[in-house]
Design a protein around this ligand. Structure first.
Ligand code: SF4
Ligand code: SF4
Length: 485
């Protein structure tokens, strides 16, 4: 049988070069010399940082799953209904007409990520990203429960297919699929809202073919991510890891190996005193590779900051445990900036961070201003398509309009329209007064009648006030056409 050939990599001229497998920059930690996936079995993490991270993840998981079911003023805490273009943030309903608000919110989000990454590297990925939180704190933990720690997992994989192995593997996949269904449904609820999700789940399936299709797609998407892609989702799919290197500088706090203290690394010999080890030019790293064994992305942090590192801190705990065992102080791997390790400098607020922080503060202020001054309604008043002006037997001129009112509040609003810049009559068509239902769109036809003497040319600009219970909510303008002069 033909053996697969080792792969080559193109240089910057596109010419194939042999890969230096001893150089971590030349290849991926998760691919072997034939380019096949090297499946990772990270060792079960434990320690101070892991406990903190577990509590943080637990809080996030509760918020994440409860999010679609929590209501403020009857509206979801967070809903991004792209299909119906309805959005609810902190119980406030937003419409596509709030485009400026969305643009500013997006800028706040992006600037926040930039400043956070500049200061703390890829901390978001390891601690708050839903994919990592679910992978490391739910799916991976269940894997440890079913298959054991890394050595047992490797042994089980290499073992023949006995009834015990089939049972463990099948149990894991069934649980993963079930959990993926819950995760997929939660994401779906953030998009369509929890009421709609319940309707899709419990109504006649024939009425929700599209919804059910998405439900199945989301389930299998998350199953693929958590059961197969895993760290590859962070390395290859998520763009954030790629552009973080453009934001880091020598003052960014990241999970870092103190190479000044650790090198030259060498195993610790039994009964070797520390002073003799130092005298021999050896550092504190005892080359145990525990930091590599626990890494969920398979990298060796001793090679320096790398794109794959999600700052999960598992290697800090692993190394601190070893340091304690061999009698060295902890912190050989720690949260530190390059300047801290090279020059012993303390973390500082650099001019770049100050600039980003000022921009972020200004954007947040603008966002809050826009939220608090947001109009309660959004009105459009357009001439009815194809309708010409009419002349009444009394000689007055009439134009027909279509009015759309979006009620952004959580109460029904009676709507009234008044001419503000000219004398004339405004009549809303239909039975009774127009009521704009809460958080919904209302539409009606409007007939405006003016005296010809009030007209200026073929088209006269009209200014109309939109009132509710006598209170002016918005002013709109439109054109009023009349006979040529
Ligand atoms: S290098 Fe350390 S912090 Fe980075 S991903 Fe690996 S274990 Fe986590
Ligand atoms: S865990 Fe610490 S001592 Fe062990 S190899 Fe990593 S850096 Fe060196």
């Amino acid at each position: 049988m033909n053996q697969p050939q080792p792969i080559s990599a193109p240089d910057h001229h596109g010419v194939a070069q042999d890969i230096d497998w001893d150089d971590f920059r030349d290849h991926l930690a998760t691919a072997d010399q034939q380019g096949r996936r090297r499946w990772l079995h990270p060792k079960k993490p434990s320690g101070k940082w892991h406990r903190r991270r577990a509590w943080f993840a637990f809080t996030l998981i509760v918020i994440m799953f409860a999010g679609p079911w929590i209501r403020i003023h009857g509206n979801p805490l967070l809903m991004l209904n792209i299909l119906e273009r309805r959005f609810s943030i902190l119980g406030q309903i937003f419409w596509p007409q709030d485009g400026v608000l969305f643009a500013v919110a997006m800028l706040v989000f992006i600037t926040g990520i930039i400043i956070f990454t500049t200061a703390f590297g890829r901390l978001w990925c390891g601690w708050a990203c839903p994919q990592t939180v679910m992978m490391e704190m739910v799916f991976r933990k269940l894997e440890y429960v079913i298959e054991g720690d890394a050595p047992e997992q490797r042994r089980l994989n290499a073992a023949p297919w006995t009834a015990r192995k089939i049972f463990k593997k099948a149990l894991k996949q069934v649980i993963f699929l079930g959990l993926s269904f819950i995760v997929g449904n939660t994401l779906f609820a953030y998009i369509v809202g929890s009421d709609q999700l319940l309707a899709i789940q419990f109504d006649d399936p024939r009425e929700h073919i599209v919804g059910l299709t998405f439900m199945v797609l989301f389930t299998f998407l998350f199953y693929a991510i958590f059961a197969r892609f895993r760290e590859q989702a962070c390395t290859f799919i998520c763009p954030y890891g790629r552009f973080q290197s453009a934001m880091l500088d020598e003052n960014s706090m990241v999970v870092a190996y103190d190479y000044k203290r650790g090198e030259k690394r060498a195993p610790l010999h039994r009964d070797q005193p520390h002073d003799k080890r130092s005298a021999a030019g050896l550092g504190d790293c005892v080359a145990c590779r525990q930091c590599v064994a626990v890494c969920p992305t398979g990298i060796d942090i001793r090679n320096g900051t790398q794109m794959e590192c999600v700052n999960c801190t598992a290697c800090i705990d692993a190394c601190d445990t070893i340091m304690e065992k061999v009698g060295y102080p902890p912190g050989l791997i720690r949260f530190a900036s390059l300047n801290n390790i090279e020059r012993g400098e303390k973390q500082r607020f650099t001019p770049r961070m100050k600039l980003y922080a000022s921009v972020l503060a200004a954007l947040i202020a603008l966002f809050l201003f826009l939220v608090f001054t947001r109009a309660e309604i959004g009105t459009t008043l357009l001439r009815a398509p194809g309708a010409l002006f009419q002349q009444t037997p009394e000689g007055r001129i009439q134009n027909l309009y279509t009015m759309r009112v979006i009620n952004k509040t959580s109460r029904d609003l009676p709507i009234e329209l008044r001419l503000e810049n000219l004398a004339g009559t405004v009549r809303l068509m239909g039975a009774g007064a127009l009521i704009a239902p809460k958080e919904k769109l209302a539409q009606t036809s409007v007939l405006i009648e003016l005296d010809p003497a009030a007209l200026s040319g073929n088209s006269t600009k009209l200014k109309l006030g939109v009132y509710s219970n006598g209170k002016l909510l918005e002013t709109v303008t439109t054109g009023f056409v009349g006979p040529r002069r």
